[in-house]
Design a protein around this ligand. Structure first.
Ligand SMILES: Cc1ncc(COP(=O)(O)O)c(C=O)c1O
Length: 413
């Protein structure tokens, strides 16, 4: 059968909705400067869908440095991969500053978080090694594990007993083969907002030999006394063997990094295919990241503001009886009961009649009959944004409860 014909018949889990939902639920266009209020289809909305945690995306200092660096160096510079012709003092400076900030010996910059994580996993293990990872890991971890030629096990989400059982299984395999064990989990789970149980996982190192890699995409900049992440908050930063984060969230940029022991980072520099066979991060991004990191480190008030908004939103929702699951981080899921149509009609109502832009997650990401609305409070929001949104949620919950959204979805909005 012709491959393209086959694609016509099976459009994929999301692609099947391309004709009906494109431009509204999928590929919507948010326009104007990144902030708490943006334009959607020509009208201002309060936006709760962006991981601009510290509000750095439109910080005047960030905008100035981004513009000056772009004017001075252009986005072409440097050309080539880091290893061959694309290295600069700025790249190395950012690596030094990140290492110092997250308390690790060395750091390697990565072009994207997704590619970086998959490639780091690929570089770290061989077929004798076993990977054990949390069942609700981000796609970049799952896809990295898919490249692994050896055994891989999941442990039930955030279940340390399940991890311990898998460590016992893994140990039995690696011992005769002279392999090792890599455990991978997240600092903050981006959907449910719960923290990885890093402290308990680290405690298992007393019983088992393994190395621990943490994806702290949502924890870097938001968690811990200095913003150095979930390991800092839980007091186990030094026991995380490889600390990874993207720049796509609190840093409001593009790129990522991985930090750890000097000799391990050197190994990654010389073995990570995503970095050896790809162009170096452009200088304006690297210089912009240096400025973002400086602000993230020195402007603690941005993190205080973030948490003021998070606390106001989460306390307000809980007081109104909403179920926020297990979040104890800025990621704010709201669990409601209803079907796919109700989810779609509720989101349309929020966007069109309450001028609030957020998105819903439905089956198969959450169980059938559950609607999860995911809200990301940021330092760019105001208490007034929170108040308006809490009022709106009170209304939509009442309408959902009295079955007012239970009709065929009307996309003529
Ligand atoms: C947990 C986690 N890891 C990795 C990534 C990928 O990072 P990037 O957008 O830099 O590819 C994301 C999303 O951006 C994420 O949420």
């Amino acid at each position: 059968m012709d491959i393209f014909d086959k694609l016509q018949q099976n459009r994929g889990p999301l692609g099947q909705y391309a004709k009906t939902l494109h431009g509204y639920f999928l590929f919507p266009k948010l326009e104007g400067g990144i902030g708490s209020r943006m334009q959607f289809r020509g009208k201002e909305k309060i936006v709760w869908s962006l991981n601009n945690y510290l509000g750095l995306a439109n910080h005047p200092e960030v905008r100035r440095v981004d513009a000056e660096a772009a004017a001075q160096y252009g986005y072409a510079s440097p050309m080539g991969a880091r290893m061959m012709s694309g290295n600069t003092n700025f790249h190395e400076q950012l690596e030094r500053e990140l290492s110092e900030f997250v308390g690790k010996e060395d750091t390697f910059l990565l072009n994207y978080g997704y590619q970086g994580m998959t490639s780091a996993i690929d570089a770290l293990v061989d077929r004798h090694d076993v990977i054990i990872y949390d069942a609700e890991s981000h796609a970049c971890i799952i896809d990295g594990v898919r490249m692994h030629m050896g055994q891989r096990y999941t442990f039930a989400h955030n279940d340390v007993d399940s991890l311990e059982k898998q460590l016992e299984r893994a140990q039995a395999i690696v011992n005769p083969n002279k392999g090792g064990i890599l455990v991978i989990t997240e600092g903050v789970f981006g959907m449910g907002g719960d923290q990885g149980k890093l402290k308990e996982i680290v405690a298992l190192k007393k019983k088992f030999d393994f190395r621990l890699m943490i994806d702290d995409a949502h924890g870097f900049g938001t968690m811990g006394a200095t913003g150095a992440g979930t390991g800092e908050l839980q007091g186990v930063q030094k026991d995380i063997d490889l600390y990874f984060s993207t720049f796509a969230k609190s840093m409001a940029s593009i790129g990522a990094f991985i930090s750890g022991e000097e000799q391990v980072i050197e190994y990654l520099k010389y073995n990570m295919r995503s970095q050896i066979f790809a162009k170096s991060l452009p200088l304006p991004l690297v210089i912009g990241d240096l400025k973002r990191l400086e602000l993230l480190r020195t402007q603690g008030e941005l993190r205080t503001k973030l948490w003021t908004i998070v606390d106001a939103m989460q306390a307000g929702l809980r007081e109104r009886g909403f179920n926020l699951g297990r979040t104890n981080t800025p990621v704010t899921p709201i669990f409601l009961n209803g079907g796919d149509n109700e989810a779609a009609n509720l989101i349309i109502d929020l966007r069109e009649n309450f001028d609030i832009f957020c998105s819903a997650v439905v089956y198969p990401i959450v169980p059938r009959g559950v609607i999860m609305i995911r809200i990301i409070p940021t330092a760019a929001h105001t208490i007034e944004d929170v108040r308006i949104t809490l009022d709106a949620f009170t209304h939509i919950a009442e309408k959902l409860h009295s079955k007012k959204y239970d009709y065929s979805i009307n996309m003529a909005v």
